[in-house]
Design a protein around this ligand. Structure first.
Ligand code: URP
Ligand code: ZN
Ligand code: ZN
Length: 467
């Protein structure tokens, strides 16, 4: 056995186990787990640190086109660099089909943008906005076969919304070919109605983004999405769940034996609607959808994480610069919350926030932390066991974590393309010290290595059903 690297003296933590072990790495794979390994050209001292599977963030938006004149703050280089800073080794961004565009054309464009520019491994979900007969009958089945095994659909947004009939068509294709549909569950017409009313009353500040899409809007759409999935008998993942009523819809469905999965995100644990009520345009920094809610919603999201209603914890990293006419403070955005681009950054802060608020404060176990930030993403999205755990034969994707390190989050630490973080000034306990992808250090003490060795991963189906 000719090891290339040994990670020495750390406490290995997986979704199920915790044990003291060295890790021997050969050709980018974990080759041995044992104590007292000492023969390799590179020995990395992990004493006093936790050694966990590298983070997998299965909900990120990078270099995604938006409304005319609006530009996302991260391309694949900056977004994946920030991912590495935050302890991640794989991210799953979205490949968005514009209306009228073929899915194949969309994926070709995204892959060209990603090629050679990624610090971490990448696998794409598809966003279907135009489910034509050709997309449903030919493109989707072929792309699912090729490993694009998850599809996001939207129940809101002018450019993306699918009506119930279209949702059913996509769900039916997913069921037939074994793909997973991720659902953005907020109702289009209810939001339009409330937005028009708020504007007519002169309520246009960023704060009114929250009242334009209250809990009932999310609960209704969550219930409808679950009903449509039940009708077609297919699995769905309700993404970025923000509150108790939506969480309870998912829990009820699960208790009835339906394969409905849930995801929540850091913004729903530590931000509230009050953050959008800051002076001037400052509230725009927190505008995302669904919006952050209230204290009870935060408690409900914790309950969902603790009880397994939510199986993944993702960032929904969707960054727009604040001081930028192509971002949060674009000219029209200053006239109404309706035009403030939705989404906030968080790819680097996802794991530290969950560790600090969850593990350090005793809300979740260390094993659950690993499941929620890595293992469950790999399992649900067809990357397991190559990714998401620490075992012989798997990719040596690891994060060395200092569980005692106290860090005050500031934008300059995060190295993304944004000009602010919604978590500025928040103190966290626990921080990634080194990120290792396929045996190579890609980040150490905040310094990201120059080579960009991230590749595009081929995924398998989570499961296949046949009629
Ligand atoms: O506000 C958000 N979440 N924007 C990102 C797009 C999405 O819906 O995930
Ligand atoms: Zn969404
Ligand atoms: Zn998103």
């Amino acid at each position: 056995m000719a090891l290339d690297t040994i990670i020495k003296g750390g406490m290995v933590v997986t979704a199920t186990d915790r044990f003291q072990s060295d890790i021997g790495i050969e050709d980018g794979l974990i080759s041995v787990l044992a104590r007292n390994l000492d023969d390799a050209p590179e020995i990395i001292d992990a004493s006093g640190l936790l050694v966990m599977p590298g983070g997998i963030d299965s909900h990120v938006h990078l270099d995604q086109p938006g409304s005319p004149g609006i530009v996302m703050a991260d391309n694949f280089e900056t977004g994946t660099r920030s991912a590495a800073v935050g302890g991640n080794t794989t991210v799953l961004p979205f490949c968005l089909q514009a209306k009228g565009q073929s899915l194949r054309q969309a994926i070709t464009e995204y892959e060209r943008k990603a090629e050679g520019n990624c610090h971490v491994d990448v696998a794409f979900h598809l966003i279907v906005s135009d489910p034509t007969p050709h997309v449903l009958g030919q493109e989707l089945p072929a792309l699912i076969e090729e490993g694009y095994t998850s599809i996001k659909i939207f129940m809101t947004y002018d450019d993306l919304v699918l009506r119930d009939r279209d949702i059913l068509e996509v769900l039916a294709v997913a069921r037939r070919h074994g793909a997973l549909v991720m659902v953005h569950a907020e109702g289009y017409d209810t939001i339009r109605f409330l937005t028009d009313q708020l504007e007519q009353q002169g309520n246009t500040a960023p704060f009114f983004h929250g009242p334009s899409r209250p809990v009932v809007v999310e609960r209704e759409a969550t219930h409808r999405a679950i009903s449509l999935a039940e009708l077609v008998d297919t699995d769905i993942m309700i993404v970025h769940v923000s509150n108790r009523q939506a969480m309870e819809e998912i829990r009820r469905a699960q208790q009835r034996g339906l394969a409905i999965y849930g995801e929540t995100c850091p913004q729903y644990l530590v931000l509230t609607e009050n953050d959008m009520d800051r002076a001037g345009m400052e509230g725009a920094k927190y505008v995302c959808s669904p919006p952050p809610r209230d204290h009870d919603s935060q408690l409900a999201c914790w309950e969902g994480l603790q009880q397994g209603v939510f199986e993944v914890f993702s960032s929904d990293h969707c960054p727009y610069r604040y001081e930028d006419e192509a971002g949060k403070t674009n000219v029209k955005g200053k006239t109404s919350f309706r035009y403030v681009p939705n989404g906030i950054p968080g790819i680097a802060t996802r794991m530290p926030i969950l560790f600090s608020e969850g593990v350090d404060k005793g809300r979740i176990s260390l094993n659950r932390f690993v499941a929620l930030t890595s293992t469950n993403h790999a399992k649900r999205y067809g990357l397991y066991p190559r990714k998401g755990t620490i075992a012989v034969g798997n990719d040596a994707d690891l994060v060395l974590w200092d569980d005692k390190r106290k860090v005050t989050i500031t934008q300059d630490l995060l190295q993304d393309g944004c000009d602010y973080t919604p978590y500025e000034g928040m103190e966290v306990t626990g921080w990634p010290i080194r990120t290792i992808m396929k045996g190579r250090t890609i980040m150490a003490h905040g310094v990201v290595s120059k080579p960009k060795n991230g590749t595009q991963l081929k995924r398998t189906l989570p499961r296949v059903k046949t009629y």
